[in-house]
Design a protein around this ligand. Structure first.
Ligand code: SF4
Length: 531
Protein backbone atom coordinates (compact mmCIF):
# COMPACT_ATOMS: atom_id res chain seq x y z
CA UNK A 1 0.00 0.00 0.00
CA UNK A 2 1.21 3.50 -0.85
CA UNK A 3 2.31 5.40 2.29
CA UNK A 4 -0.22 8.21 1.71
CA UNK A 5 -3.00 5.59 1.40
CA UNK A 6 -1.78 3.92 4.56
CA UNK A 7 -1.62 7.17 6.57
CA UNK A 8 -5.03 8.24 5.29
CA UNK A 9 -6.54 4.90 6.26
CA UNK A 10 -4.99 5.22 9.73
CA UNK A 11 -6.48 8.70 10.10
CA UNK A 12 -9.90 7.02 10.11
CA UNK A 13 -8.98 5.27 13.35
CA UNK A 14 -6.37 7.43 15.09
CA UNK A 15 -6.75 11.00 16.29
CA UNK A 16 -3.06 11.92 16.06
CA UNK A 17 -0.46 10.40 13.72
CA UNK A 18 3.26 11.14 13.76
CA UNK A 19 4.99 10.19 10.50
CA UNK A 20 8.78 10.09 10.66
CA UNK A 21 10.53 9.63 7.31
CA UNK A 22 14.00 10.53 6.06
CA UNK A 23 14.58 14.01 4.52
CA UNK A 24 13.67 14.01 0.85
CA UNK A 25 11.15 11.17 1.21
CA UNK A 26 8.37 13.45 -0.02
CA UNK A 27 6.50 14.26 3.19
CA UNK A 28 5.27 17.61 1.86
CA UNK A 29 3.67 15.85 -1.12
CA UNK A 30 2.07 13.42 1.30
CA UNK A 31 0.68 16.40 3.26
CA UNK A 32 -0.93 17.79 0.10
CA UNK A 33 -2.25 14.39 -1.05
CA UNK A 34 -3.85 13.79 2.32
CA UNK A 35 -5.31 17.31 2.51
CA UNK A 36 -6.83 16.78 -0.96
CA UNK A 37 -8.48 13.51 0.07
CA UNK A 38 -9.67 15.02 3.33
CA UNK A 39 -11.44 17.95 1.62
CA UNK A 40 -12.90 15.61 -1.00
CA UNK A 41 -14.42 13.74 1.94
CA UNK A 42 -16.04 16.96 3.16
CA UNK A 43 -13.37 18.22 5.57
CA UNK A 44 -11.05 21.22 5.83
CA UNK A 45 -7.30 21.16 6.29
CA UNK A 46 -4.79 23.51 7.85
CA UNK A 47 -1.21 22.76 6.77
CA UNK A 48 1.49 24.48 8.82
CA UNK A 49 5.08 24.33 7.70
CA UNK A 50 8.35 25.82 8.89
CA UNK A 51 9.07 28.68 6.51
CA UNK A 52 7.69 30.80 3.70
CA UNK A 53 9.83 28.92 1.15
CA UNK A 54 8.38 25.59 2.26
CA UNK A 55 4.85 27.03 2.20
CA UNK A 56 5.38 28.16 -1.40
CA UNK A 57 6.62 24.69 -2.29
CA UNK A 58 3.45 23.19 -0.76
CA UNK A 59 1.45 25.66 -2.83
CA UNK A 60 3.23 24.40 -6.00
CA UNK A 61 2.31 20.83 -5.07
CA UNK A 62 -1.35 21.85 -4.74
CA UNK A 63 -1.12 23.26 -8.28
CA UNK A 64 0.33 20.01 -9.52
CA UNK A 65 -2.52 17.96 -8.04
CA UNK A 66 -5.16 20.40 -9.35
CA UNK A 67 -6.39 21.96 -6.09
CA UNK A 68 -4.63 25.34 -6.10
CA UNK A 69 -7.97 27.12 -6.41
CA UNK A 70 -9.08 25.55 -3.10
CA UNK A 71 -6.09 26.82 -1.14
CA UNK A 72 -5.30 30.03 0.70
CA UNK A 73 -1.69 30.96 1.34
CA UNK A 74 -1.92 32.54 4.76
CA UNK A 75 1.61 33.81 5.37
CA UNK A 76 1.42 37.15 7.09
CA UNK A 77 1.60 40.63 5.67
CA UNK A 78 5.38 40.99 5.59
CA UNK A 79 5.83 37.75 3.63
CA UNK A 80 3.15 38.50 1.05
CA UNK A 81 3.60 42.25 0.53
CA UNK A 82 6.01 43.20 -2.28
CA UNK A 83 7.20 46.09 -0.06
CA UNK A 84 7.45 43.89 3.04
CA UNK A 85 4.99 46.04 4.99
CA UNK A 86 5.26 44.77 8.56
CA UNK A 87 1.83 45.83 9.76
CA UNK A 88 -1.33 47.66 8.77
CA UNK A 89 0.16 51.02 9.79
CA UNK A 90 3.11 50.63 7.43
CA UNK A 91 0.77 49.36 4.73
CA UNK A 92 -1.38 52.47 5.10
CA UNK A 93 1.69 54.71 4.78
CA UNK A 94 2.72 52.94 1.56
CA UNK A 95 -0.77 53.40 0.18
CA UNK A 96 -1.03 57.05 1.18
CA UNK A 97 2.40 57.85 -0.26
CA UNK A 98 1.46 56.22 -3.56
CA UNK A 99 4.23 53.63 -3.27
CA UNK A 100 1.59 50.91 -3.30
CA UNK A 101 -1.14 51.35 -5.90
CA UNK A 102 -3.35 48.43 -5.06
CA UNK A 103 -6.85 49.15 -6.35
CA UNK A 104 -9.02 46.07 -6.11
CA UNK A 105 -9.92 44.25 -2.95
CA UNK A 106 -11.88 41.35 -4.40
CA UNK A 107 -10.75 38.54 -6.69
CA UNK A 108 -13.05 37.95 -9.62
CA UNK A 109 -11.76 34.47 -10.46
CA UNK A 110 -9.93 31.67 -8.70
CA UNK A 111 -6.33 32.24 -7.66
CA UNK A 112 -4.13 29.81 -9.60
CA UNK A 113 -0.72 31.30 -8.86
CA UNK A 114 1.67 30.77 -5.96
CA UNK A 115 3.56 33.95 -6.79
CA UNK A 116 2.24 36.88 -4.77
CA UNK A 117 3.62 39.30 -7.35
CA UNK A 118 1.16 37.97 -9.94
CA UNK A 119 -1.71 39.11 -7.70
CA UNK A 120 -0.05 42.45 -7.06
CA UNK A 121 0.50 43.05 -10.78
CA UNK A 122 -3.20 42.38 -11.21
CA UNK A 123 -3.96 45.32 -8.89
CA UNK A 124 -4.64 43.15 -5.81
CA UNK A 125 -3.07 43.10 -2.37
CA UNK A 126 -1.66 39.53 -2.06
CA UNK A 127 -1.95 39.57 1.72
CA UNK A 128 -5.53 40.80 1.90
CA UNK A 129 -6.71 38.49 -0.87
CA UNK A 130 -5.26 35.43 0.84
CA UNK A 131 -6.57 36.46 4.23
CA UNK A 132 -10.09 36.82 2.81
CA UNK A 133 -9.77 33.47 1.01
CA UNK A 134 -8.65 31.74 4.21
CA UNK A 135 -12.19 32.19 5.55
CA UNK A 136 -13.72 30.74 2.38
CA UNK A 137 -11.51 27.92 1.08
CA UNK A 138 -11.11 24.45 2.61
CA UNK A 139 -7.27 24.37 2.70
CA UNK A 140 -5.14 26.95 4.47
CA UNK A 141 -1.34 26.85 4.28
CA UNK A 142 0.54 28.71 6.97
CA UNK A 143 3.87 28.71 8.83
CA UNK A 144 5.16 27.88 12.32
CA UNK A 145 5.48 31.64 12.99
CA UNK A 146 1.68 31.74 13.28
CA UNK A 147 1.84 29.43 16.28
CA UNK A 148 4.02 31.83 18.30
CA UNK A 149 2.20 35.06 17.56
CA UNK A 150 -0.94 35.66 19.65
CA UNK A 151 -2.53 37.78 16.91
CA UNK A 152 -1.82 35.38 14.04
CA UNK A 153 -2.66 32.30 16.10
CA UNK A 154 -5.98 33.90 17.04
CA UNK A 155 -6.76 34.31 13.33
CA UNK A 156 -5.98 30.65 12.63
CA UNK A 157 -8.20 29.54 15.51
CA UNK A 158 -11.03 31.79 14.27
CA UNK A 159 -10.85 30.07 10.90
CA UNK A 160 -10.73 26.56 12.36
CA UNK A 161 -13.65 27.35 14.63
CA UNK A 162 -15.83 27.84 11.55
CA UNK A 163 -14.84 24.40 10.13
CA UNK A 164 -16.93 21.30 10.75
CA UNK A 165 -14.24 18.65 10.12
CA UNK A 166 -10.80 20.16 10.65
CA UNK A 167 -7.57 18.28 9.98
CA UNK A 168 -4.34 19.93 11.12
CA UNK A 169 -1.10 18.90 9.44
CA UNK A 170 2.17 20.24 10.88
CA UNK A 171 5.20 19.67 8.67
CA UNK A 172 8.76 19.79 10.11
CA UNK A 173 7.11 19.04 13.43
CA UNK A 174 10.38 18.45 15.31
CA UNK A 175 10.79 22.26 15.45
CA UNK A 176 7.74 22.65 17.68
CA UNK A 177 7.21 19.15 19.13
CA UNK A 178 8.70 19.92 22.56
CA UNK A 179 6.76 23.20 22.85
CA UNK A 180 7.12 26.73 21.55
CA UNK A 181 9.67 29.09 22.99
CA UNK A 182 9.55 32.86 22.94
CA UNK A 183 11.51 35.60 24.65
CA UNK A 184 11.51 39.37 24.93
CA UNK A 185 14.35 41.61 26.09
CA UNK A 186 13.78 44.36 28.63
CA UNK A 187 16.32 47.10 29.26
CA UNK A 188 17.25 48.18 32.77
CA UNK A 189 15.83 51.65 31.97
CA UNK A 190 12.47 50.11 31.11
CA UNK A 191 12.52 48.19 34.39
CA UNK A 192 13.24 51.42 36.29
CA UNK A 193 10.25 53.08 34.64
CA UNK A 194 7.96 50.18 35.55
CA UNK A 195 9.29 50.29 39.10
CA UNK A 196 8.61 54.03 39.36
CA UNK A 197 4.98 53.24 38.50
CA UNK A 198 4.70 50.89 41.45
CA UNK A 199 5.43 47.58 39.74
CA UNK A 200 6.71 45.21 42.45
CA UNK A 201 8.15 42.65 40.04
CA UNK A 202 10.26 45.34 38.36
CA UNK A 203 11.50 46.35 41.83
CA UNK A 204 12.35 42.76 42.63
CA UNK A 205 14.20 42.31 39.34
CA UNK A 206 16.18 45.52 39.85
CA UNK A 207 17.16 44.30 43.30
CA UNK A 208 18.42 41.02 41.90
CA UNK A 209 20.39 42.37 38.95
CA UNK A 210 21.86 45.44 40.72
CA UNK A 211 25.69 45.41 40.72
CA UNK A 212 25.71 41.84 39.49
CA UNK A 213 27.45 40.79 36.28
CA UNK A 214 27.01 37.08 35.67
CA UNK A 215 29.39 35.09 33.44
CA UNK A 216 26.50 33.81 31.37
CA UNK A 217 22.72 34.16 31.25
CA UNK A 218 21.20 33.25 34.63
CA UNK A 219 17.64 32.95 35.89
CA UNK A 220 16.86 35.85 38.26
CA UNK A 221 13.15 35.33 38.85
CA UNK A 222 11.19 32.16 38.31
CA UNK A 223 7.89 32.15 40.15
CA UNK A 224 5.73 35.22 39.84
CA UNK A 225 2.09 36.09 39.69
CA UNK A 226 0.90 37.58 36.38
CA UNK A 227 -1.38 39.93 38.35
CA UNK A 228 1.66 41.32 40.20
CA UNK A 229 3.44 41.86 36.91
CA UNK A 230 0.50 43.77 35.51
CA UNK A 231 0.31 46.19 38.48
CA UNK A 232 1.12 49.69 37.21
CA UNK A 233 1.27 48.10 33.77
CA UNK A 234 0.67 51.14 31.52
CA UNK A 235 4.36 51.26 30.67
CA UNK A 236 4.96 47.55 30.26
CA UNK A 237 6.11 46.50 26.84
CA UNK A 238 3.12 45.07 24.89
CA UNK A 239 5.26 42.10 23.88
CA UNK A 240 5.63 41.07 27.53
CA UNK A 241 1.88 41.04 28.00
CA UNK A 242 1.40 39.26 24.67
CA UNK A 243 3.82 36.49 25.64
CA UNK A 244 2.25 35.93 29.01
CA UNK A 245 -1.30 35.88 27.70
CA UNK A 246 -0.47 33.61 24.74
CA UNK A 247 1.96 31.27 26.43
CA UNK A 248 0.48 31.27 29.93
CA UNK A 249 3.04 31.11 32.69
CA UNK A 250 3.48 27.32 33.00
CA UNK A 251 7.15 27.87 32.38
CA UNK A 252 8.27 31.48 32.28
CA UNK A 253 11.31 33.04 33.88
CA UNK A 254 13.21 36.30 33.88
CA UNK A 255 16.88 35.88 33.02
CA UNK A 256 19.83 38.29 33.05
CA UNK A 257 23.06 38.19 31.07
CA UNK A 258 24.75 41.28 32.54
CA UNK A 259 23.17 43.67 30.03
CA UNK A 260 19.56 42.78 29.44
CA UNK A 261 16.80 41.14 31.37
CA UNK A 262 14.80 38.64 29.30
CA UNK A 263 11.40 37.17 29.84
CA UNK A 264 11.54 33.60 28.49
CA UNK A 265 8.53 31.32 28.15
CA UNK A 266 7.96 27.79 26.94
CA UNK A 267 4.45 26.65 26.14
CA UNK A 268 2.70 23.54 24.87
CA UNK A 269 -0.65 25.31 24.83
CA UNK A 270 -0.87 26.49 21.18
CA UNK A 271 -0.18 22.97 19.82
CA UNK A 272 -2.31 21.34 22.49
CA UNK A 273 -5.27 23.61 21.65
CA UNK A 274 -4.88 22.93 17.93
CA UNK A 275 -4.95 19.18 18.54
CA UNK A 276 -8.00 19.47 20.76
CA UNK A 277 -9.88 21.63 18.28
CA UNK A 278 -9.11 19.45 15.25
CA UNK A 279 -10.84 16.25 14.41
CA UNK A 280 -7.54 14.69 13.35
CA UNK A 281 -3.88 15.76 13.47
CA UNK A 282 -0.99 14.59 11.31
CA UNK A 283 2.58 15.55 12.23
CA UNK A 284 5.41 15.06 9.74
CA UNK A 285 9.09 15.01 10.59
CA UNK A 286 12.47 13.50 9.76
CA UNK A 287 13.96 13.97 13.22
CA UNK A 288 11.72 12.23 15.72
CA UNK A 289 13.11 8.71 15.72
CA UNK A 290 11.28 5.98 17.62
CA UNK A 291 13.28 6.73 20.78
CA UNK A 292 12.01 10.30 20.85
CA UNK A 293 8.40 9.45 20.05
CA UNK A 294 7.71 9.54 23.83
CA UNK A 295 7.67 13.37 23.49
CA UNK A 296 4.17 13.07 22.05
CA UNK A 297 2.89 11.99 25.46
CA UNK A 298 3.04 15.62 26.64
CA UNK A 299 -0.01 16.27 24.50
CA UNK A 300 -3.38 15.13 25.69
CA UNK A 301 -4.37 12.74 22.90
CA UNK A 302 -2.49 9.49 22.28
CA UNK A 303 -0.56 9.41 19.04
CA UNK A 304 0.22 6.65 16.57
CA UNK A 305 3.79 6.44 15.28
CA UNK A 306 4.57 5.57 11.66
CA UNK A 307 8.22 5.37 10.54
CA UNK A 308 9.87 5.03 7.16
CA UNK A 309 13.19 3.78 8.39
CA UNK A 310 15.21 2.68 5.43
CA UNK A 311 16.70 4.48 2.47
CA UNK A 312 16.33 3.07 -1.07
CA UNK A 313 19.19 0.61 -1.84
CA UNK A 314 21.02 2.89 -4.31
CA UNK A 315 20.91 5.69 -1.71
CA UNK A 316 22.37 3.43 0.95
CA UNK A 317 25.28 2.47 -1.29
CA UNK A 318 26.21 6.06 -2.05
CA UNK A 319 26.02 7.52 1.46
CA UNK A 320 28.96 7.18 3.88
CA UNK A 321 28.68 8.50 7.40
CA UNK A 322 32.06 8.45 9.13
CA UNK A 323 31.91 8.91 12.86
CA UNK A 324 35.18 9.83 14.55
CA UNK A 325 35.12 8.17 17.94
CA UNK A 326 38.29 9.13 19.80
CA UNK A 327 37.99 12.90 20.10
CA UNK A 328 35.41 15.14 21.80
CA UNK A 329 35.06 18.90 21.48
CA UNK A 330 33.72 20.12 24.81
CA UNK A 331 33.27 23.67 26.10
CA UNK A 332 36.42 23.21 28.14
CA UNK A 333 38.81 21.98 25.44
CA UNK A 334 37.54 23.16 22.11
CA UNK A 335 39.34 26.51 22.04
CA UNK A 336 42.69 25.00 22.98
CA UNK A 337 45.25 25.26 20.23
CA UNK A 338 45.64 21.48 20.08
CA UNK A 339 41.92 20.98 19.40
CA UNK A 340 41.66 23.82 16.90
CA UNK A 341 44.56 22.18 15.07
CA UNK A 342 42.69 18.88 14.94
CA UNK A 343 39.74 20.73 13.43
CA UNK A 344 41.98 22.42 10.88
CA UNK A 345 43.71 19.21 9.82
CA UNK A 346 40.40 17.41 9.55
CA UNK A 347 38.91 20.14 7.38
CA UNK A 348 41.97 20.02 5.13
CA UNK A 349 41.68 16.25 4.66
CA UNK A 350 37.95 16.58 4.03
CA UNK A 351 38.51 19.18 1.30
CA UNK A 352 41.52 17.50 -0.31
CA UNK A 353 39.94 14.09 -0.62
CA UNK A 354 36.63 15.36 -2.06
CA UNK A 355 35.87 15.17 -5.81
CA UNK A 356 37.01 18.09 -8.04
CA UNK A 357 33.42 19.32 -8.40
CA UNK A 358 30.81 19.66 -5.70
CA UNK A 359 29.77 21.57 -2.60
CA UNK A 360 31.08 20.88 0.90
CA UNK A 361 29.59 22.29 4.09
CA UNK A 362 31.21 22.50 7.50
CA UNK A 363 29.04 23.09 10.54
CA UNK A 364 30.32 24.39 13.88
CA UNK A 365 28.06 24.03 16.92
CA UNK A 366 27.90 27.81 17.49
CA UNK A 367 28.78 31.12 15.85
CA UNK A 368 31.31 31.88 18.61
CA UNK A 369 33.17 28.65 17.96
CA UNK A 370 33.06 29.24 14.21
CA UNK A 371 34.50 32.73 14.76
CA UNK A 372 37.30 31.44 16.99
CA UNK A 373 38.29 28.97 14.31
CA UNK A 374 38.01 31.34 11.35
CA UNK A 375 39.85 34.14 13.19
CA UNK A 376 42.69 31.84 14.10
CA UNK A 377 43.06 30.36 10.62
CA UNK A 378 41.97 33.33 8.51
CA UNK A 379 42.06 33.87 5.68
CA UNK A 380 41.09 30.32 4.73
CA UNK A 381 43.75 29.09 2.33
CA UNK A 382 42.38 25.90 0.90
CA UNK A 383 42.38 27.19 -2.66
CA UNK A 384 38.64 26.68 -3.17
CA UNK A 385 35.85 29.27 -3.23
CA UNK A 386 34.85 29.64 0.42
CA UNK A 387 31.70 31.17 1.92
CA UNK A 388 31.59 31.89 5.64
CA UNK A 389 27.97 32.31 6.79
CA UNK A 390 27.50 33.79 10.24
CA UNK A 391 23.88 34.82 10.13
CA UNK A 392 20.72 33.58 8.53
CA UNK A 393 20.12 36.67 6.39
CA UNK A 394 23.50 36.13 4.70
CA UNK A 395 22.47 32.55 3.96
CA UNK A 396 19.52 33.57 1.78
CA UNK A 397 21.75 35.54 -0.60
CA UNK A 398 24.88 33.43 -0.45
CA UNK A 399 23.32 30.04 -0.93
CA UNK A 400 22.48 30.57 -4.61
CA UNK A 401 26.05 31.69 -5.36
CA UNK A 402 27.47 28.75 -3.43
CA UNK A 403 25.30 26.28 -5.35
CA UNK A 404 26.30 27.82 -8.68
CA UNK A 405 29.95 27.61 -7.76
CA UNK A 406 29.60 24.00 -6.52
CA UNK A 407 28.11 22.92 -9.83
CA UNK A 408 31.35 23.76 -11.63
CA UNK A 409 34.10 23.44 -9.02
CA UNK A 410 34.86 22.30 -5.50
CA UNK A 411 33.33 24.91 -3.15
CA UNK A 412 33.09 25.27 0.59
CA UNK A 413 30.61 26.82 2.98
CA UNK A 414 31.51 27.23 6.66
CA UNK A 415 28.66 27.92 9.00
CA UNK A 416 27.05 26.99 12.33
CA UNK A 417 24.69 24.13 13.06
CA UNK A 418 21.46 26.13 13.42
CA UNK A 419 21.92 28.13 10.22
CA UNK A 420 18.86 27.75 7.95
CA UNK A 421 20.98 25.98 5.32
CA UNK A 422 21.18 23.05 7.77
CA UNK A 423 17.44 22.49 7.35
CA UNK A 424 14.96 23.14 4.59
CA UNK A 425 17.38 24.04 1.76
CA UNK A 426 17.48 21.41 -1.00
CA UNK A 427 20.82 20.73 -2.64
CA UNK A 428 20.45 18.88 -5.93
CA UNK A 429 22.98 16.79 -7.84
CA UNK A 430 26.51 17.89 -6.81
CA UNK A 431 25.49 21.12 -5.10
CA UNK A 432 26.35 19.35 -1.87
CA UNK A 433 28.48 16.21 -1.81
CA UNK A 434 29.84 16.36 1.73
CA UNK A 435 29.07 17.71 5.18
CA UNK A 436 31.23 17.77 8.28
CA UNK A 437 29.88 18.52 11.75
CA UNK A 438 32.47 19.63 14.25
CA UNK A 439 31.45 18.86 17.82
CA UNK A 440 28.20 17.29 18.97
CA UNK A 441 25.63 20.13 18.63
CA UNK A 442 24.19 20.06 22.15
CA UNK A 443 22.43 23.29 23.14
CA UNK A 444 24.62 25.27 25.49
CA UNK A 445 24.00 24.46 29.14
CA UNK A 446 22.09 27.27 30.88
CA UNK A 447 19.89 27.78 33.90
CA UNK A 448 16.95 28.28 31.56
CA UNK A 449 17.75 24.88 29.99
CA UNK A 450 17.83 23.42 33.50
CA UNK A 451 14.34 24.81 34.20
CA UNK A 452 13.06 23.36 30.94
CA UNK A 453 14.54 20.02 31.82
CA UNK A 454 12.68 20.05 35.17
CA UNK A 455 9.49 21.12 33.50
CA UNK A 456 9.61 18.13 31.12
CA UNK A 457 10.33 15.86 34.05
CA UNK A 458 7.23 17.13 35.82
CA UNK A 459 5.27 16.29 32.69
CA UNK A 460 6.53 12.72 33.01
CA UNK A 461 9.18 12.63 30.27
CA UNK A 462 12.96 12.57 30.37
CA UNK A 463 14.20 16.12 30.97
CA UNK A 464 17.84 15.86 29.82
CA UNK A 465 17.00 13.82 26.75
CA UNK A 466 14.26 16.22 25.68
CA UNK A 467 16.09 19.47 26.44
CA UNK A 468 19.55 18.57 25.17
CA UNK A 469 19.76 15.30 23.28
CA UNK A 470 16.67 15.75 21.14
CA UNK A 471 17.77 19.10 19.58
CA UNK A 472 21.31 17.76 19.03
CA UNK A 473 20.12 14.62 17.24
CA UNK A 474 17.51 16.58 15.34
CA UNK A 475 20.11 19.08 14.09
CA UNK A 476 22.46 16.25 13.07
CA UNK A 477 19.70 14.43 11.19
CA UNK A 478 18.69 17.57 9.34
CA UNK A 479 22.25 18.45 8.34
CA UNK A 480 22.99 14.95 7.01
CA UNK A 481 19.57 15.04 5.38
CA UNK A 482 20.91 17.79 3.07
CA UNK A 483 22.87 15.03 1.31
CA UNK A 484 19.84 12.90 0.50
CA UNK A 485 19.04 14.31 -2.93
CA UNK A 486 20.17 12.63 -6.13
CA UNK A 487 22.12 10.13 -4.07
CA UNK A 488 21.52 7.49 -6.72
CA UNK A 489 23.86 9.45 -9.02
CA UNK A 490 26.51 10.86 -6.66
CA UNK A 491 28.60 9.53 -3.83
CA UNK A 492 28.16 11.71 -0.73
CA UNK A 493 30.01 11.73 2.59
CA UNK A 494 29.18 12.98 6.09
CA UNK A 495 31.93 13.29 8.71
CA UNK A 496 30.89 13.52 12.36
CA UNK A 497 33.84 14.83 14.31
CA UNK A 498 33.07 14.00 17.95
CA UNK A 499 32.78 10.70 19.80
CA UNK A 500 29.32 11.56 21.12
CA UNK A 501 27.68 11.16 17.71
CA UNK A 502 28.55 7.46 17.80
CA UNK A 503 27.84 7.14 21.50
CA UNK A 504 24.30 8.45 21.04
CA UNK A 505 23.75 6.69 17.71
CA UNK A 506 20.77 4.72 19.04
CA UNK A 507 18.83 7.98 19.20
CA UNK A 508 19.42 8.64 15.49
CA UNK A 509 16.79 7.50 12.97
CA UNK A 510 17.50 3.95 11.79
CA UNK A 511 18.48 4.94 8.23
CA UNK A 512 21.23 7.12 9.68
CA UNK A 513 22.38 4.86 12.49
CA UNK A 514 22.81 1.99 10.05
CA UNK A 515 25.13 4.08 7.82
CA UNK A 516 27.42 5.25 10.66
CA UNK A 517 30.90 3.80 10.50
CA UNK A 518 33.15 4.32 13.57
CA UNK A 519 36.66 5.52 12.78
CA UNK A 520 39.66 6.71 14.75
CA UNK A 521 41.00 10.18 14.05
CA UNK A 522 44.35 8.97 12.69
CA UNK A 523 42.64 6.53 10.37
CA UNK A 524 40.34 9.33 9.16
CA UNK A 525 43.25 11.69 8.48
CA UNK A 526 44.67 9.10 6.04
CA UNK A 527 41.45 7.85 4.52
CA UNK A 528 40.16 8.32 0.95
CA UNK A 529 36.74 9.49 1.96
CA UNK A 530 34.83 9.44 -1.34
CA UNK A 531 36.09 6.04 -2.57
S1 SF4 B 1 -1.93 47.01 0.32
FE1 SF4 B 1 -0.93 45.03 0.36
S2 SF4 B 1 0.65 45.21 -1.19
FE2 SF4 B 1 0.05 47.29 -0.66
S3 SF4 B 1 1.44 47.91 0.95
FE3 SF4 B 1 -0.37 47.06 1.93
S4 SF4 B 1 0.17 44.93 2.29
FE4 SF4 B 1 1.59 45.71 0.77
Amino acid sequence: MDIADYVYSMLREKDVILLNAYPGFGKSRIAVTIAKRWINDGGQALIITRSRAEALQLCEFTRQVGIRDRVSLFLGRESMCPFNARNSKQCLLYRLSGKCRVRKTEVSSSVMTCNSLDLFNDGLCPYEVNEALAYQLPIVISTHAYLSSPELYGKLMNIINTWNKPLVIIDEFHNVAAGLEESVSISIDELRQWASHGNDIANKLLDRVGNYTPQREVVVLRRFDIDDLLKGSELINDKVIEILTHFGNDLCAFTYDGKLVRLRCLSLKPIHDLIMRSQRALFLTASIGRRFSYIMSIYSKPSYYVAVDSLPREYRENLSVLSIVDVEFTHRNRLLREYLDIVNRSIKVFIESSPPTGGLAIFFPSIEYLDSYVNQYAPPVWGVPTFVLRNSSEAVNAIGTFKESARVTKSLVITYAQNPIGEGVNFLEQELVGVMIIGFPLPQYSQWGFLKSHYYKRLGINGFTTTYLFPAISTTTQIIGRLLRDLDRHKKVAVLLDGRFYRYRRYMPKWLMSRMRPMKLLQFLKASLWR
